[in-house]
Design a binder for this molecule. Structure first.
Ligand code: OAD
Length: 252
């Protein structure tokens, strides 16, 4: 990572009225949660359509629950890393002019202390009843491979957005608004290939004039890089704390 790029990103942030952040699996990698796009195209040995689509759940709900229960068990034993905490520090500085949109379902941003978090792909902590539609926060307790709704005995599914499904309307509207209004968008640890989440990046650039400055933080360039004004390439658990340290104290 180039020090002058880091300093430029800090300058843009200091001048920003509104800040938006889009995170992906990379921000949790240093906590010990594997990212999605491994070279073999599989998620922990499964085809994506088998474990992350409505059709896959119809075909084999027990397989899907086993998959998510394993991810829930892993989420139980990991903790936020310095990248998550640096994003909390940014929120402390900008308050309600700061929005964190995350594609992650692991809950680590909230556990770290982030408050204005838009979980655009849902949460491992929550279930949704297929009969009464109740969404419930079940934490990360083990749920077995055929969990039922405590209210109506209906079948439960993870409250996760699967391929082919729409994002939750109110959460997505808030993310769109935050991206369109921000002066700086940080794009952290995402391959930026899954839409509509990745479309927040061009939206931030084009929604107003002048567009937001886009700063990518990742191990490597990605699909987001062509929209980025600056790329800070390195582990987000190291880059984000450096960026926060460079900001210094806010001017009163
Ligand atoms: P990916 O696995 O596609 O991408 C992870 C990104 O993180 C890659 O660009 C890595 O280079 C980067 N990365 C890895 N370690 C990093 C580190 N320590 N610091 C910074 N960057 C690092 O994950 P996402 O982009 O989050 O959707 O995937 C988007 C969506 O695809 C997920 O939300 C999920 C999946 O399908 C659903 O479950 C609906």
């Amino acid at each position: 990572m180039n020090d002058s790029d880091l300093a430029q990103a800090a300058d843009w942030l200091r001048a920003a009225q509104r800040v938006c952040v889009l995170t992906g699996a990379g921000v949790s990698a240093e906590s010990g949660i594997p990212t999605f796009r491994a070279a073999d195209g599989l998620w922990e040995g499964h085809r994506i359509e088998d474990v992350a689509s409505p059709g896959g759940f119809e075909r084999d709900p027990a397989l899907v629950w086993d998959f998510y229960n394993a991810r829930r068990a892993n989420a139980r034993v990991v903790t936020p890393n310095p990248g998550h905490y640096a994003l909390v520090a940014l929120e402390d500085r900008w308050g309600d002019r700061f929005t964190l949109a995350t594609q992650n379902v692991d809950g680590l941003h909230r556990i770290a202390g982030s408050r204005n978090v838009l979980e655009v792909h849902g949460s491992l902590h929550r279930t949704q009843c297929l009969r009464c539609c109740k969404v419930a926060d079940r934490g990360l307790e083990p749920l077995g491979d055929a969990p039922e709704c405590p209210l109506c005995d209906g079948r439960l599914r993870p409250d996760i957005v699967w391929f082919g499904e729409s994002l939750p309307e109110d959460i997505w509207a808030a993310a769109l608004h935050a991206a369109a209004e921000c002066d700086v968008l940080l794009v952290v640890g995402t391959s930026a290939v899954v839409h509509p989440a990745a479309s927040l990046i061009p939206i931030a650039k084009r929604a107003k004039t002048p567009g937001a400055k886009v700063v990518e933080i990742n191990l490597t360039p990605t699909e987001a890089s062509r929209h980025a004004d600056i790329g800070l390439y390195g582990p987000s658990g190291q880059v984000l704390p450096k960026l926060v340290a460079l900001l210094g104290e806010p001017v009163a």
